[in-house]
Design a protein around this ligand. Sequence first.
Ligand code: FMN
Length: 251
Amino acid sequence: MNETIDTILSHRSIRKFKDEKLTKEQIHTIVRSAQQASTSSFVMAYTIIGITDDSKKQALMEISGQPYVKDNGHLFVFCGDLHRAHQLRNKADKEQQELITETIESTEQFIVTVIDGALAAQNAVLAAESMGLGACFLGSLRNDINKVSDLLQLPNHVVPLFGVAVGYPDHQPELKPRLPIETVYHENSYMEDEEQEELINEFDLTLKKYYDSRSTNTRIDTWTEQMIRKYSNPQRMDVSAFVKSKGLNKR
Ligand SMILES: Cc1cc2nc3c(=O)[nH]c(=O)nc-3n(C[C@H](O)[C@H](O)[C@H](O)COP(=O)(O)O)c2cc1C
């Protein structure tokens, strides 16, 4: 083990922050760390928008329904971004220009924006955690993805992916268990369903015990029940049309 692994294995989402803003230097270090993540073909297909305007924070909090979108040390919104790359088409010849638009609007390039944004964000979160800060990803911003896009004045070929709230932790939640390692790491071929099912049953018992033993928010729940609830409750089904309306994932 080393300090980096310790930081990674101590991760838990923080949803309650002390009333203390991040300094400019802290924000700079976090964003620089995000930037140093690997990036597909050196495209750097993301933009990070820091929200310092209280009325915008309030609006984003209302979209997410989660108070820690407003009450934190700093709020970052990670966006998938191929606008920058698309702008370069003005410097290409006519034939290349059409191909550039076609490529940028493909599913493959949309996947690149999501991967690049997620890698940058995970680096940002780890950097923050290594500095004694806590963080929470905020997919809840996609509850109204059109409104977030309008609020942040995102141009074509830019989509909001998620937020990340960062700040000084004001609670210390227990570490949340993960699926047994054999469930997520298979060797040479995908695991048999029966084998996987057994491991999930085992995990359901682990999770039941975890929820039961938590110092706050105790509940009776299993992973199986959570996933059934999640996937039988279609959410954010407007995201697909929104992404296409922004000129991404079109073909
Ligand atoms: C892309 C993404 C979006 C998430 N969105 C939210 C969110 O909107 N609100 C929230 O409270 N937690 C959110 N989370 C945090 C997860 O719920 C959390 O990581 C998971 O339950 C595991 O808990 P842990 O991070 O404490 O280990 C999100 C996590 C990821 C990776």
